[in-house]
Write a protein that binds this ligand. Structure first.
Ligand SMILES: [Zn+2]
Length: 267
């Protein structure tokens, strides 16, 4: 097909999906009221967010674990936040093509883990997860944590948004590796990204290890992939905090995601 014909065909398909899965106005307004950081954008961007959230609902399959019933309200809350980081990215929803399923649990999920220490002794422990994104796998989220992630009043002092966090991992993994480097245009862009992030990460780990207070969740010191995911959730939910913690990372993200939430949040 010719490129123009293909674009028109895609547009027609998307329009049809948007009509079939349209988010009712009252539910959309309720979602924007519950998650105020979604509103820090122009009317045009908000229209695009709604359209992307609608297409997301059309393409993905939600299920509830252990009998949890997934309501429209829950699905829209997840969809609106999940598409926020891809709002202005070239890849758009295609960055989420690696999976279809979203599994909601009513609360934290206990996952049995095993680690081997340096002496070869295996330690078993339970890890409590608010969310998990796996390569090519479904995205798991705790509904209680999705609800708690309205920005200002999270369960911690730091920005807390499990949905944006897990979808940041999905974007990171969409080029095959979870290394804190999302798909970028070319080698130069990758090199610049790695330099900025590595410098910021090294400085952050030093501060976290010295137990200095940090503006973003110290869990970010776990790995480069977690530093990326935590920084992305902070960028969208408490942008001024990310700017304070690491102005270079804020600028890198503002360029990449084509957003300036710190300017809008201060209005
Ligand atoms: Zn994570």
């Amino acid at each position: 097909m010719l490129a123009r014909a293909r674009a028109a065909w895609r547009r027609w398909h998307e329009d049809r999906a948007c009509r079939r899965h349209a988010i009712p106005e009252s539910l959309w307004q309720l979602t924007l009221a519950r998650y105020p950081f979604l509103r820090w954008r122009s009317a045009e961007q908000l229209d695009r967010l709604r359209r992307l959230a609608t297409l997301f609902l059309a393409r993905k399959e939600f299920s509830g674990a252990h009998g949890l019933v997934v309501t429209d309200e829950m699905a829209v809350a997840v969809a609106a936040q999940a598409v926020l980081p891809i709002l202005s990215l070239d890849g758009g929803l295609n960055l989420y093509d690696g999976f279809i399923g979203i599994v909601l649990h009513d609360d934290l999920v206990v996952a049995p883990r095993e680690v081997m220490d340096d002496d070869g002794v295996v330690h078993e422990f339970d890890e409590e997860l608010a969310g998990e994104a796996m390569q090519d796998g479904p995205v798991m989220l705790s509904w209680r944590d999705v609800q708690a992630a309205s920005g200002e009043s999270g369960p911690t002092d730091w920005a807390y948004n499990v949905t944006i966090h897990e979808f940041a991992h999905v974007i990171d993994m969409s080029n095959g590796v979870a290394d804190g480097v999302p798909p970028l245009a070319d080698r130069n862009a990758r090199q610049h990204w790695q330099e900025v992030m590595q410098t910021a990460y090294d400085g952050f780990r030093e501060r976290a290890e010295a137990q200095h207070s940090t503006s973003i969740d110290p869990y970010a010191a776990e790995s480069m992939a977690e530093f990326f995911a935590v920084s992305v959730e902070t960028f969208y939910v408490q942008p001024l905090e990310l700017q304070r913690e690491s102005p270079q990372v804020y600028r890198l993200f503002a360029d990449y995601f084509q957003e300036d939430p710190a300017a809008r949040s201060a209005e």
